[in-house]
Design a protein around this ligand. Structure first.
Ligand SMILES: [Zn+2]
Length: 186
């Protein structure tokens, strides 16, 4: 990975950890397509995800997303075998399977929050657009056999600023922490 990109990703993950309590191993929720593309490009999916977040991960897949791989048929054998090694995230859509897009939206977005602190790996451009509006949702995708992490979205940036302000005013209201807060702010 290029050095500058690596540095950016490290900074981004530090923000997710500090302001939004992300912890390792990061739970990476993958759609069927990113798994399929990784096998198509002969990438080591887990290694390239870990290289991006620069930490340990727990890859996960929903029932609907693994179904999408089965729907691809024989062509997806390698991807299915790989997906089977990942933790299955119950989405409770078994009776009426949803599209990957709908399934991931319902699992990730809990009342307007990324409650379970998922990192989302999806090849779906529209879905990534949707998740940009959901603060603190790191996203990854494959572009021509390179794993890419999306930049911090404006919604995430705004939530981070609010977190900083809250921290600062909490410090100012508590005389014991005033000095510490001022020092940290410099
Ligand atoms: Zn589902």
């Amino acid at each position: 990975m290029r050095q500058k990109r690596s540095k950016n990703y490290r900074k981004q993950m530090a923000i997710y950890r500090m302001a939004f309590q992300f912890r390792q191993p990061y739970q990476v929720l993958l759609d069927g397509d990113i798994i399929y593309d990784a096998t198509k490009y002969k990438m080591n999916l887990e290694k390239s995800l870990e290289a991006c977040v620069q930490g340990t991960i727990k890859p996960m897949i929903t029932q609907c997303c693994i179904k999408s791989l089965y729907d691809r048929g024989k062509d997806a054998e390698g991807a299915i075998a790989l997906a089977k090694t990942f933790e299955r995230r119950r989405c409770n859509h078994q009776e009426n399977p949803l599209s990957q897009e709908e399934c991931l939206a319902s699992v990730v977005n809990i009342k307007g929050k990324n409650k379970h602190r998922y990192v989302v790996g999806t090849q779906n451009y529209k879905l990534r657009g949707q998740f940009r509006a959901l603060a603190a949702t790191p996203m990854m995708y494959i572009n021509r056999s390179v794993m890419i992490m999306e930049p911090i979205s404006p919604a995430t940036e705004a939530a981070k600023r609010k977190w900083e302000q809250d921290k600062l005013s909490a410090g100012l209201n508590d005389p014991h922490h005033t000095h510490m807060t001022v020092t940290a702010k410099r």
